[in-house]
Write a new protein. Structure first.
Length: 274
């Protein structure tokens, strides 16, 4: 029987920006009683210089996970996924599933690619240099990119409103602005049209960036009105957060009006009633 508390399928290792090796993550998942562990290393993205997997590391990633699948057979279903970025050159084939995400904005003025979820200064430079100091214009560009990724029909659409990660104090833009809401709704409607599965991602709370999960409550409620489906993920970058915040996320999902969540198992996606 599917159990969201025992399935962690958005996970990173030291082959990208995680803190633990693939082996350490698998061992911890087994010790913690998980039945499914899905790895989703950051796909090779040429503009990235910090946290994606190089082609060589991608090959190592696939080979190591193949060994772990055999080692943990009958204990934990190990899955080889990928978190594919909009600007990635990875072909999205040869994986058990893929998460579609946006982590960068491309500046039409400077020609640069800016990480929007790492350093505040990078986001500020992006807004000042390529969006005329208008933070909401950057937001609109971000959600337009999310809509483009959603149209590719990923198995899971990753952290829909990642653009808010560094905006905890509202320094870059007003998340209650009509422009913000309109841009986010545009991405959400694209996800609906593509039949995407949306993740409720607890990662930013664990790492201290936010007090709320992705997506924000109002977006989760809109997704329910669209009859969308959700899956709970931890975006785990270490062994100590494989199922962080799952129970709270389930409560928020239920409060938004959902009667069930999707759970990824070794046999595929299954529905669990809440």
């Amino acid at each position: 029987m599917a159990d969201f508390m025992r399935s962690s399928v958005h996970c990173h290792s030291t082959l990208c920006d995680g803190k633990n090796t693939l082996q350490e993550m698998a061992s911890a998942a087994c010790a913690q009683g998980l039945t499914t562990l899905g790895f989703t290393g950051h796909s090779y993205t040429p503009c990235d210089r910090e946290y994606c997997m190089s082609p060589r590391r991608t090959a190592q990633y696939k080979a190591t996970i193949a060994k772990l699948k055999a080692e943990y057979k009958g204990k934990v279903d190990i899955l080889c996924g990928i978190e594919w970025d909009q600007f990635s050159e990875d072909k999205r084939v040869g994986y058990d599933y893929w998460i579609g995400s946006v982590h960068y904005l491309h500046g039409s003025v400077s020609g640069k690619y800016y990480e929007i979820d790492f350093r505040k200064q990078d986001l500020q430079t992006c807004i000042d240099t390529d969006f005329g100091g208008d933070g909401l214009a950057a937001v609109e560009a971000y959600y337009a990119s999310v809509a483009q990724v959603a149209a590719l029909r990923p198995d899971i659409l990753g952290h829909l409103d990642l653009i808010k990660k560094l905006n905890r104090d509202g320094a870059f833009f007003d998340e209650s602005s009509p422009r913000y809401h309109a841009a986010a709704m545009g991405a959400l409607e694209a996800a609906r049209d593509a039949g995407c599965l949306l993740e409720v991602n607890t990662g930013a709370v664990f790492r201290g960036y936010r007090d709320d999960f992705y997506p924000s409550d109002w977006l989760l409620q809109e997704w329910r009105r669209m009859d969308g489906k959700v899956i709970i993920t931890a975006d785990a970058h270490s062994v100590d957060c494989l199922t962080f915040g799952y129970e709270e996320a389930a409560r928020q999902i239920k409060a938004a009006g959902f009667a069930s969540v999707q759970v990824l198992t070794g046999a595929g996606f299954e529905t669990q009633q809440l």
